[in-house]
Ligand binder design. Structure first.
Ligand SMILES: *Cc1c(COP(=O)(O)O)cnc(C)c1O
Length: 354
């Protein structure tokens, strides 16, 4: 009944989306705020007739807006059904095992090894420094490789790699292999590598609407890179699904990208929440990694991550812990809304004291 491929699948496990009770959900890095209110206005007036037709397979209007926003040209942009799909297309298009393993950090987005197994791509995990930062020398000096991918800021550490380090990596790494930077969290205080795509035709920058734009439910991801890379992504898409981005999501994306006021205010609130939570935890003796994302990695000396997770879950707050050697002390906490963070700090105070 099942294909041999099927028997070998090891799927990604997303963070819990529990239905049993109301939790304060700080476990999947969603935006705590509803997206741009202009989307609400649009939806009220939306003409249903538009849903009769297939969406624009090129998503031209949306790609024009992305191009204008980031100062690139339309043929340097690609959109997909969430950045997970864009990443999957990129793995298929750019990485194989002929030239060696795909390199990514030891602690990184756990979907990368899943795609590697899915597409039969060998991979090699590159150790981080003791402080969890990325050392680009270890990527440049690795044996043969078919490409490099990492999130910037990295997940789940939240640690940012500065742009000059990315420039150095691109200058030293073979220019015929793709370097993919997954900028899911770059809007929370980091500097994008998008400006480097003209100088480095092997650089692909992948973005998502799910975190900073508050559109996880709309499923919108996009990529920017040289025209040949983008053209390869279109070839993969059109060999798989011509219409991955719905008409509604294309429209919503255009509206969201234009609302700078909503965007700036929201990102500012989340960064202020990050500062608040970091300070409150450190005051109580917790170790908090320096984050440029909408989450923090934190540990409490003497208490395992799993224990922290369970204690907080019992108190109605969901965070994420990792059953991975080297991360077992930590929990990853998404930066929620102000009232959610206050409640979290109260629960932490009650459960763990100071
Ligand atoms: C959340 C996340 C994504 C996936 O985003 P979607 O657009 O919702 O598929 C990709 N990469 C990293 C590192 C993420 O944390």
């Amino acid at each position: 009944m099942f294909s041999s491929r099927m028997q070998n699948l090891t799927p990604y496990v997303p963070g819990e989306q529990p239905q049993d009770r109301q939790y304060i959900k700080l476990n999947t890095n969603e935006n705590p705020y509803a997206p741009s209110p202009r989307i609400q206005t649009f939806l009220k007036d939306f003409d249903l007739d538009a849903l009769r037709r297939y969406p624009d397979p090129l998503a031209s209007e949306l790609r024009n807006h992305i191009a204008a926003k980031y100062g690139v040209s339309q043929d340097q942009t690609f959109v997909g059904n969430g950045s997970d799909e864009v990443l999957a297309f990129a793995f298929y298009a750019f990485f194989d095992s002929c030239h060696g393993a795909l390199l990514f950090p030891r602690y990184s987005y756990s979907f990368y090894p899943v795609y590697c197994d899915f597409f039969g791509i060998r991979y090699q995990k590159i150790d981080l420094r003791a402080d969890f930062s990325i050392d680009i020398n270890r990527f440049v000096e690795a044996d043969e490789s078919s490409g490099v991918i990492f999130p910037n800021p990295n997940a789940p550490t939240g640690i940012l790699l500065e742009l000059d380090q990315i420039v150095e990596l691109l200058e030293r790494y073979p220019s015929e292999r793709v370097v993919l930077i997954d900028e899911a969290y770059i809007d929370f205080g980091g500097k994008s590598a998008v400006g480097l795509i003209d100088a480095h035709p092997n650089l692909l920058v992948v973005r998502t609407g799910s975190k900073s734009m508050g559109l996880a439910g709309a499923r919108l991801g996009y990529a920017m890179g040289s025209a040949p890379l983008i053209s390869a992504l279109f070839s993969v898409k059109d060999s798989f699904n011509s219409y991955p981005v719905s008409t509604l999501t294309q429209k919503i994306g255009v509206i969201a990208l234009a609302d700078d006021d909503w965007f700036n205010a929201t990102v500012d609130k989340i960064m202020a929440g990050r500062d608040y939570l970091t300070a409150e935890l450190r005051k109580r003796g917790w170790n908090v990694l320096p984050s440029h994302a909408n989450f923090i990695m934190a540990s409490k000396p003497g208490v395992s991550g799993e224990k922290i997770y369970l204690q907080l879950k019992a108190r109605g707050v969901l965070v994420r812990y990792f059953d991975i050697q080297g991360l077992k002390d930590y929990v990853r906490i998404t930066i929620g809304a102000e009232d959610e963070l206050k409640r979290l700090v109260d629960e932490i105070q009650t459960a763990f004291g100071d």
